[in-house]
Design a protein around this ligand. Structure first.
Ligand code: SF4
Ligand code: SF4
Length: 178
């Protein structure tokens, strides 16, 4: 699932070791100027073994979205968060994300974490041709018929992901997970 893929970006990120902003040259070197992507909603990225990372902010949004009482939240939190790494709370599963339903729909889609909403626009996906090929093999969204995305658009989207990630790190809300 993409969870394995998604985790790499976040795991290489921390408040002390931020990934660098992407440059057009770097992206062009990796894509050779040809890149196509459109998520088809297959849900493969939410199944299988892997990690999903939530910021403190995202946990607040999740709790509000699901309209959970304190008791319900504590119950969910115990199942959802297995450990904390680089200021992010990690949902780790060998089977599937806790939020994927039988129809391959994300139960928390409007508040899904940045990790999920920003794929595949992370520095790590474009760090080498080998890495990009790995993702292309795993995810059907990299289809030959999918819309072409320009290098400039890729760079903008990667940098937007980094910006949002950094904002979350700078302005955390009060702890929901102790
Ligand atoms: S196309 Fe890729 S990103 Fe979209 S749901 Fe399927 S595996 Fe996930
Ligand atoms: S939070 Fe939603 S989009 Fe993200 S891995 Fe889980 S089911 Fe998939």
């Amino acid at each position: 699932m993409v969870m394995f893929q998604l985790s790499k970006f976040m795991e290489s990120s921390s408040t002390t070791n931020q990934p660098e902003a992407a440059t057009s040259r770097q992206v062009e070197d990796v894509t050779k100027g040809a890149f196509r992507f459109e998520c088809n909603g297959c849900g493969d990225c939410c199944r299988g073994g892997g990690n999903v990372h939530f910021s403190e902010d995202e946990l607040h949004d999740l709790k509000e979205f699901l309209k959970l009482s304190e008791e319900q939240w504590l119950h969910l939190k115990d199942k959802l968060i297995q450990f904390k790494k680089n200021e992010l709370f990690v949902h780790s599963s060998s089977k599937a994300c806790i939020f994927i339903d039988r129809d391959n729909l994300c139960r928390i889609y409007p508040v899904r974490p940045l990790q999920c909403r920003s794929y595949p626009y992370w520095s790590s996906v474009f760090e080498s041709n080998k890495e990009l090929k790995y993702h292309q093999k795993k995810c059907p969204g990299f289809d030959r018929e999918a819309p072409e995305i320009s290098t400039l658009q890729i760079v903008r989207r990667i940098n937007q992901t980094l910006k949002k990630f950094n904002e979350q790190q700078k302005n955390p809300r009060e702890p929901l997970v102790l």
